[in-house]
Write a protein that binds this ligand. Sequence first.
Ligand code: R2B
Ligand code: URA
Length: 263
Amino acid sequence: MFSDVKYVCMGGTPKRMEKFAYYIMNEIGCKLPAGTTLLDISYQSYRYSMYKVGPVLCLSHGMGIPSVGILLHEIIKLMYHAKCKDPIFFRLGTCGGIGIEGGNLVVSESAVDGLLQPFLELPVLGKLQRKPAILDKKLAYDLKKIQQLDDPFTITVGKTMCTYDFYEGQGRLDGAFCNFTETDKLAFLRKIHEENVVNMEMESLCFAALCHQAGIRGAVICVTLLNRLDGDQVTASKETLNEWQEYPQQLVARYIKKNMTHR
Ligand code: R2B
Ligand code: URA
């Protein structure tokens, strides 16, 4: 059932990935038999959603490293047992821009943790294991290259900081609590910006580490919801946010369409 999978596309929420499944179905000209709809293959598990559209597998990974880590183990095993040949993994997500306004794309060149360390640290059998968080640079720049003049977004390839928390972990002052000031926050954000961090999200470190360990090419494409140098709250309207969240999907669909015939 899965042996023809060439592209694995994952994103946070089940609904967004269902939408992506219908979108990619149309984009690659895949047709469903009359009177049928796409089925969430894993609907009985209530753990994540999974749709298969020809060579594209669409999945939801939830929020944060523990959630995406479970999914990646299970999908890497699936690829192995199904004998999939050289699949490419994409994470399509949202992020906070550092010096980039809302509504633009960032393709991660590499991922670092909240201490700017380029590896995933995981306690295994009572010892800290380090997995290098390396992404495929060529794939990242190939995604940037397919930018079109009439795209409503810019594409920046750069370093992504992956955190264990959305509020204090990303230096926000608007969580339930924090023990730092606006000045401390800005000093931190400016410091990481000087270290070439262009965005912050919560899965790239684990995604990069597990793809690298499995020898799978992977890319992280996120749309910025705000520029963190200007504030903490996501203030764009629901309609605008929905429109922005389609940008990573548009870029990945373009890449898949362009490469499908050559693979
Ligand atoms: C981006 O948005 C989510 C937090 O709101 C998280 O999953 C991420 O990486
Ligand atoms: N996702 C994050 O992790 N951080 C943001 O600021 C926005 C989306």
